[in-house]
Design a protein around this ligand. Structure first.
Ligand code: ZN
Length: 333
């Protein structure tokens, strides 16, 4: 199961890389609910994120998220400062993301802060900084769910108030995720029952991905055009080689004239051969081919005979037929 899921997440992050330009280390904006859930399920923040995203991560906590965590903390009676929450990792593990939303740069609502970082421009929703959102249902919602699961009707006002608070917190966290899904190219991690989950691509993200895929197809066509050009240049390079090969047949064409010359000047050669008895006498093998050569023309002339016999009526005007007969007669002799 785990291997299957990790493969799925790796594939998903690869799509985010191809479509939206995500790169490792992935910048992960973690919110207060996420940190609470990670702590309550005794997860190790960075290893858990890296297992989920299948790559190196750089978690970040916005100033407004930190403020949200601190305001809910009881004050230290000595320093009168809020006690550092247990679920807040040290800055070495979780550095602060300095955000400024107003002139005083006073912290704003955590959800509004995160959404403004995920999509700085309200006109065009775009995750310019390639942030990943890591969130979770609020702990209040868990308690509410547990209490409702227990179905204690005798809980009274206290339980009711808890449910209301939990519901409000739950609605806020749900609205954060819903708004984050509306921004194309925002991977969303959330903790669900002690399991860190990477959400499938939202519809706006999928739409962009499909457009990019189409664009890739066009790019692919361009690539093919480039390949054709490369092939053309390759052909040009190859053409040089065939030219060299074309020079090869020339010797053959040179040989043919020799044969023709031999046929035409057969008698002279024979005369030459007759004039060169030592060579002939030295190589008996050469005499046999010569005999073969002399035998080879004979069938040709016989064919001419046949043709002439068949086409006597047609080739009646042809004087060569008589010449061929004469040649045949010469051969016969
Ligand atoms: Zn902020």
């Amino acid at each position: 199961m785990r291997a299957k899921r990790s493969k799925k997440y790796r594939k998903l992050m690869h799509q985010y890389e191809l479509t939206f330009g995500f790169r490792e280390p992935y910048q992960v904006l973690v919110d207060s609910n996420f940190l609470h859930a990670v702590h309550s399920f005794k997860m190790d923040l960075i290893p858990a994120l890296e297992r989920t995203l299948q790559g190196k991560v750089k978690p970040l906590l916005t100033k407004c998220s930190l403020e949200a965590m601190m305001t809910s903390q009881p004050l230290n009676p000595r320093t009168n400062n809020p006690i550092r929450p247990e679920h807040l990792p040290p800055p070495t593990i979780l550095p602060l993301r300095h955000c400024s939303h107003n002139e005083d740069s006073t912290p704003i609502d955590e959800t509004a802060c995160l959404l403004s970082l995920l999509s700085p421009s309200t006109d065009v929703k775009r995750n310019k900084e390639h942030y990943i959102l890591a969130t979770a249902d609020p702990p209040g919602a868990e308690k509410a769910a547990n209490s409702s699961a227990n179905t204690n009707s005798s809980a009274g006002k206290k339980r009711k108030r808890g449910v209301d608070e939990g519901e409000v917190a739950l609605q806020q966290s749900r609205s954060l995720r819903r708004a984050a899904r509306a921004i194309p190219g925002v991977p969303i991690i959330y903790v669900k029952r002690s399991v860190m989950v990477l959400e499938p691509m939202s519809m706006p993200s999928e739409d962009i991905r499909d457009d990019v895929e189409k664009g890739k197809f066009r790019v692919g066509l361009n690539d093919e055009a480039l390949k054709k050009k490369r092939d053309a240049t390759g052909d040009a390079n190859k053409k040089k080689k065939p030219l060299k090969k074309a020079k090869g047949p020339n010797p053959l064409s040179v040989k043919k004239p020799k044969k023709r010359v031999a046929e035409k000047a057969g008698p002279t050669k024979q005369e030459k051969l007759s004039k060169q008895p030592p060579n002939d006498g030295g190589d008996e093998g050469q005499e046999r081919p010569e005999g073969g050569d002399s035998a080879a023309p004979k069938p040709k002339r016989r064919r001419r005979h046949n043709k002439g016999a068949k086409k006597d009526g047609d080739d009646g005007d042809h004087a060569p037929s008589t010449g061929a007969e004469g040649a045949a007669s010469a051969d016969m002799n």
